[in-house]
Design a protein around this ligand. Structure first.
Ligand SMILES: [Zn+2]
Length: 407
């Protein structure tokens, strides 16, 4: 018995040593101005493949000014506007010396980290300081982002000592301003589909790194705001309803769904209890930072000197703590499929669940009811190939996943 215990302990120690030896790295991909509902309707196979193995939300609600300068500052600094001070695209009033980008914090713990930013929007290079980047590359206005991807890919693939990168694409926002932020606007949808191809190139470049097997990359994809008509900056759901994706070796496959916690700019303010469960923009910097410095044992949420507002989702990736709070796990596989999908739903509460499958117009093509925990087959054979959505309704909430039916 004692021998067996010792052997087990040795094996556990060995597996911990193996995972600790993996170099922890972060890639953040920023897509300006992408509404959640339009993303869900666009055909985005490259980002879908990250969603299929990753943690994601279609329900990240914007809490502040739905404008790029303040939003990207929140994403990169992990604090809301009252702390980082940016309220517009000129970046005047910024307080990055007090509240720097997460890269600067990471370098306080690991001074030798190497970090790079590659962006199409010069404002976030020219007006930002104390951001921690070793190099900032401006690719300029770039059509469908192919040039930016061609600049980023070899750097991401070949820079052996690179630890952290941010790559930013502007086309979706530019198209929204020119023709409308709207899931029914084919130009907007087509811009999303174009940028998805560029995202695929950037992610593939990371996977082609010679030492990729020994590296532990956390890939985060996020937008700054949605849009309505040909603009944004207000408090409508169309501008505030956003999304994000996390993918990586430690990231479990799960959808986070939480109610709208409100906004600092709206009557009623922010519900701080809902905010604890809600996947918001300020969490991105804190999660990225936590991943980069995880092996130091320092939790950025507890660093009072940094005074961060966001929370780390890393503990969800590694221990499932947030899952216990949320109590829900929804899986759908295989996806894509030519006919039959298995829908698997786990729910800690004992409420009955119903499910529906809708096409992109919202028409119900399949439905049923089930226990709170269930596994069922959804047969879409004979239906037109394309995008569908599976929704599980329970306890007043709806959890949604995109399905792709192949011809
Ligand atoms: Zn814009």
């Amino acid at each position: 018995m004692k021998t067996r215990f010792t052997l087990l302990a040795a094996l556990v120690a060995l597996s911990l040593a193996v995972s600790a030896s993996q170099e922890r790295k972060v890639l953040i991909i920023g897509l300006d101005g992408l509404r959640s509902d339009a993303f869900q309707q666009a055909n985005t196979p490259h980002m879908d493949s990250l969603i299929a193995g990753g943690l994601f939300t279609w329900d990240a609600w914007h809490l502040g000014i739905t404008v790029s300068g303040p939003s990207w500052s929140t994403i990169m600094c992990g604090v809301w506007e009252p702390k980082h001070g940016v309220t517009g695209n000129s970046y005047t009033g910024s307080k990055y010396n007090d509240y720097p980008y997460f890269v600067t914090h990471a370098k306080e713990i690991k001074p030798n980290l190497k970090a790079i930013q590659i962006t199409e929007w010069p404002n976030m290079s020219d007006n930002v300081y104390n951001d921690g980047w070793d190099k900032k590359i401006k690719t300029g206005k770039d059509g469908d982002g192919a040039f930016t991807a061609s600049v980023a890919a070899p750097i991401l693939r070949d820079s052996a000592d690179l630890d952290c990168a941010f790559v930013y694409f502007d086309q979706i926002d530019l198209t929204g301003h020119a023709t409308g932020f709207n899931p029914n606007n084919t130009a907007y949808i087509s811009a999303i589909e174009n940028v998805d191809i560029q995202v695929g190139k950037v992610v593939n470049a990371v996977k082609q790194r010679p030492n990729y097997a020994n590296e532990n990359w956390l890939i985060l994809i996020i937008t700054d705001h949605g849009g309505i008509g040909t603009g944004h900056g207000g408090n409508s759901n169309e501008e505030r309803h956003i999304w994000w994706i996390a993918s990586g070796k430690e990231v479990e496959h799960k959808q986070i769904s939480a109610p709208d916690p409100g906004s600092y700019r709206m009557a009623g303010g922010v519900d701080t209890n809902l905010l604890k469960l809600s996947p918001v923009q300020a969490d991105i910097a804190v999660t990225a930072l936590h991943h980069l410095i995880y092996d130091s044992g320092i939790n950025p949420e507890k660093q009072t000197a940094w005074d961060l507002d966001g929370k780390s989702w890393l503990k969800t990736f590694t221990t499932g703590v947030k899952e216990a709070e949320e109590g829900v796990n929804m899986k759908l596989f295989p996806n894509p499929s030519k006919a039959v999908f298995t829908l698997w739903f786990e729910n800690n509460s004992k409420d009955m669940a119903t499910y529906t499958v809708t096409d992109v117009s919202g028409a119900v093509v399949s439905e049923g009811s089930a226990q709170y925990n269930f596994k069922t087959n959804i047969d879409l054979s004979g239906k037109p190939a394309g995008i569908y959505f599976a929704h599980v309704h329970t306890n007043g909430k709806t959890y949604t996943r995109k399905l792709i039916l192949q011809p």
